[in-house]
Design a protein around this ligand. Structure first.
Ligand code: 0A1
Ligand code: ZN
Length: 885
């Protein structure tokens, strides 16, 4: 908790460390009421600084110092200084050893940072600055050390004792206790340290690397979850092979372990050789996890595994460089998921997510560049901007350099910086040198925040047979950055003729005709590109594959969008055309609502969707994506001022119109797919995901008809499905329906059937929290009393409070402000228990500028109430104060 004015930390103040730590020897003595941590550090002066011997200042928080020795000599109280956050002492030689013993209390650590208990097991979370809650240390990523760790604990309670690296020795101590020693030969920063002790079971396998080295693979879980590990294990093996094939990266230790824990602040953590996962990001089997959950597990397993190179072997110099490892690793995991599943569908999902949530962050009070200039609390910077926009920036480099040039860049980066802690500039430099290009202007993506706006206009000159596209780029001001310089924006595009054929592209002045899809590099505030040899005015397909994270505006007419939906060879842009058409149709409805007119939907949207549904040759996953209307959150994001009610009414009206008009083809598709589901055992594979996706979106529409035969089908699916994807969809649509009796029965049955599976109960909470029917807040308040709910578990907080505030717009934004008051109360409570979770839950309130005057006053009022509520963690303080600034 904060006791003094929080300090702002600036990138420009970075200084290399005064001392380095070559070796770190740790011994943990785990007990039920305390843990003792003995540390022996081999330190030395960092000669890159100079020859002087300044004081050694170690980080440390919430530690009770029991012993301190310098080169084997115990230090007296006058020989060191202790304050709340550090331990300082004066070394008398340039190389020395320091021994400390501290007492800590994992058993009462509710912040889930440092060493803590999740259920009956001990585990750690050290990124970003949690290691200082374990022992006194130079807890910064540019201090890399070889760790040897011994864990001692009660034999019965904690038969499994794990840490990073390879196991080296183990034994018993007296009758009840035992120990194990692990050594990690790779130098690493303290944030990658991990320890686990518990009564765990494991599934095992092995992997033979490209150089024929045998690696043992193990996933450790609490015994009741042992049947939910296979999907993660398979995903791990696929990730290991993929990273060899696509990036040439081989695994380096003899063993790779994953441990599932129930209480975890984030998705998972890439600790060297010992990844620790939120159980929700690793456990999956057909009966309990949806298709989306299976794909999420596959993606997160891959993400953490890929960090072994992009993050661990090559790490960050300081936390301002976070996107160096996160943006790059998200880009790598997205490439993997695209290769394992449908690449177009993966891209559509990622872009929809980015545009809804990251664009909102970029337009709000917490907006920051992917390499921030300053922060108060680094935990607040594990953001969509660092991760998702960071990945887009890496993706733009690949688009500009081509697949081969990009790979040469990553090879050079890994070879040059293996074992080092480096910067985003080092990454870009490797790309520049491997490709002999100058990326100076491109680097503005690292330093400027905000989503660029790109307005495109066209001009066709029939006489000259030219077609010109003019790009105007601009970027709105963000906190601390009024004026922006032009970005380098890669625009992948194609031009279509009247038959939907791609035209060969040749820019004026070019000799040879290029291919039909190419990348233009927009670098100026206003820039025109002229294509030659155009006998007719073409239709442009712009920003293919979403080649840059920008808001692109082009005056498409609705007929043109329908044409693109059918003919564009770029799958992403076929979807994008459909979304644009839907947004226009929804905007009509919103305007009609505002004028109190009868709502009338543009028939063209319905016609376009009908032809998709009636075309059996299309990829079913694409059809499902194209049938999904833009979300309320996205519609809010693209509005100047979001009118919560109008958006909800318009979208629901459109959904009902689709359901009514397209009832027949939806019903046919639904029945055909459900029939296949009934007769095919569950498989977690792209084709099957596609079939269920279309089946389930069809069911959601069909239920809006309130017809008896649809209700019967929905109940059949709920009761008979052999997998959670079908069962949960049936539950969601029932919960959203007016069939009160069936709804209540289904909810009760589900809760009883899955009472012992916390991850399934999270889904049960989430379904109800997201229900837009009136009374949502009261339902959530009631559910907080449910025995399966606890505010101490982050997954439960996200499932109930998070789902309500982020996904249930009509209820959260109630006019009387009760939704806001509720969220503020929870944040105040969480602030004392778990600051990271508290601060994350705040984000819907930070968006107050998006809403009407009356709501702005209410939302701000709650932020002010939080600020005045007493002693705030630096996490919550930073978000609240920046939101009110
Ligand atoms: N590096 C992890 C994410 C992570 C970050 C912080 C955490 O605790 C505050 C936990 C995990 C990843 O990118 O997967
Ligand atoms: Zn990561």
């Amino acid at each position: 908790m904060r006791t003094e004015q929080p300090k702002v930390i600036h990138l420009k103040d970075y200084q290399a460390p005064e001392y380095l730590i070559d070796e770190t020897h740790l011994t943990f003595e785990l007990y039920e009421d305390r843990t003792l941590v003995h540390a022996r550090l081999a330190l030395r002066r960092n000669l890159e600084r100079d020859q002087s011997l300044p004081p050694l200042v170690l980080h440390g928080q919430e530690l009770e110092l029991l012993a301190l020795a310098l080169d084997g000599r115990q230090l007296g109280p006058k020989e060191y200084q202790l304050d709340e956050n550090q331990l300082s002492l004066q070394p008398d030689s340039p190389a020395f050893s320091l021994e400390t013993t501290v007492c800590i209390h994992p058993e009462s650590n509710t912040a889930l940072e440092g060493l803590y208990k999740s259920g009956k097991m001990f585990c750690t979370q050290c990124e970003a600055e949690g290691f200082r809650k374990i022992t006194y240390y130079l807890d910064r990523p540019d201090v890399m050390s070889v760790f040897t760790t011994t864990v001692k604990a009660d034999k019965k309670r904690y038969p499994i004792l794990l840490s990073n690296g390879n196991p080296v020795a183990s034994g018993t101590e007296g009758d009840d206790r035992h120990w194990a020693t692990w050594n990690d030969p790779f130098k690493k920063p303290a944030y990658l340290f991990a320890l686990v002790a518990g009564d765990l079971k494991s599934v095992e396998d092995s992997f033979t690397t490209m150089n024929d080295r045998e690696v043992a693979l193990r996933i450790y879980v609490e015994p009741e979850n042992i049947d939910k590990c296979q999907h993660a294990l398979d995903s791990l093996k696929r990730s290991m092979r993929w990273d060899e094939q696509v990036y040439g990266r081989e695994y380096d230790l003899d063993i790779f372990m994953i441990v599932a824990v129930s209480d975890f602040n984030m998705g998972a953590m890439e600790n060297k050789g010992l990844n620790i996962f939120n159980s929700g990001a690793v456990l999956a089997r057909a009966e309990t996890a949806t298709d989306a959950a299976h794909q999420r597990v596959e993606a997160i397993v891959a993400h953490e595994y890929f960090h072994n190179w992009s993050g661990n072997r090559v790490t960050c110099r300081d936390w301002f460089q976070l996107s160096l490892k996160e943006g790059f690793t998200v880009f790598r995991d997205a490439g993997f998921s695209a290769d394992m599943n449908s690449a177009t569908v993966k891209r559509i999902e990622d872009v929809a997510y980015l545009r809804t949530h990251q664009f909102a962050e970029d337009a709000g009070p917490m907006a920051h560049p992917i390499r921030p200039d300053s922060f108060i609390e680094i935990s607040n910077f594990y953001t969509l901007t660092i991760y998702e926009k960071g990945s887009e920036v890496v993706g733009m480099l690949r688009t500009l350099l081509g697949a081969e040039g990009f790979r040469q860049g990553t090879d050079l980066y890994f070879a040059r910086h293996d074992g080092q802690a480096v910067t985003c500039d080092d990454f870009v430099k490797a790309m520049e040198e491997a490709n002999q290009v100058d990326l100076t202007q491109f680097k503005r993506w690292y330093s400027q925040a905000g989503t660029p706006h790109l307005a495109v206009s066209e001009h066709f000159d029939a006489g000259a047979r030219t077609y010109s596209l003019t790009f105007h780029q601009s970027c709105p001001p963000t906190p601390g950055q009024k004026h922006k310089e032009p970005f380098v924006i890669p625009i992948a595009l194609g031009l279509l003729d009247q038959n939907g054929q791609e035209l060969p592209l040749r820019l004026q002045g070019e000799q040879t005709v290029g291919s039909s899809s190419r990348v233009l590099s927009v670098t100026q505030a206003k820039q025109t590109f002229t294509f030659a040899g155009m006998t007719h005015k073409p239709l442009p397909s712009l920003l293919r594959g979403f080649s840059a994270p920008v808001k692109l505006e082009f005056p498409y007419e609705r007929d043109q969008l329908m044409f693109l939906m059918q003919h564009d060879s770029d799958g992403f842009n076929r979807w994008e055309a459909g979304q644009r058409l839907a947004v226009q149709a929804l905007h009509d409805l919103i305007a009609q609502y505002h004028c109190n007119e009868t709502l009338v939907i543009d028939q063209r949207l319905l016609t376009a969707l009908r032809s998709l549904l009636e075309n059996d040759s299309l990829d079913q996953a694409m059809v499902a994506e194209m049938l999904s209307l833009p979300s309320e959150a996205y519609l809010a994001e693209i509005s100047e001022t979001a009118d919560v009610e109008a958006i909800h009414v318009a979208r629901e009206f459109a959904r009902k119109a689709i359901a009514q008009t397209l009832f027949e083809p939806l019903w046919q598709r639904y029945q055909a797919n459900r029939e296949v589901s009934r007769s095919t055992p569950y498989v977690a594979h792209a084709e099957h995901f596609a079939r269920r996706a279309l089946q389930n979106i069809a069911l959601a529409y069909l239920m809006l008809s309130e017809k008896a035969e649809v209700l019967a089908a929905c109940l059949e699916q709920f009761e008979q499905a052999d997998n959670m994807t079908e069962r949960l969809t049936a539950l969601v649509v029932l919960v959203h329906s007016p069939f009160e009796e069936e709804k209540a029965t289904a909810l009760a049955w589900f809760a009883e059937r899955f009472a012992n599976d916390p991850l399934v109960m999270d889904q049960w909470f989430g379904v109800q929290a997201g229900c837009p029917l009136p009374g949502g807040l009261e339902r959530v308040q009631h559910l907080m009393q449910h025995p399966a709910f606890t505010i101490k578990n982050p997954n439960k907080v996200r499932a109930l409070i998070g789902a309500f505030a982020n996904q249930n717009h009509v209820n959260f934004h109630r006019r009387d402000g009760a939704g806001y008051r509720f969220l503020a109360d929870q944040v105040i409570m969480l602030n004392a228990l778990n600051p990271q979770i508290a601060s994350r839950q705040l984000s819907p309130l930070t968006r107050w500028r998006k809403f009407d005057q009356a709501r702005q006053v209410l939302m701000k009022g709650e932020l002010e109430r939080i600020l005045a509520s007493g002693e705030l963690s630096s996490d919550v303080y930073e978000v609240v104060s920046k939101s009110l600034a």
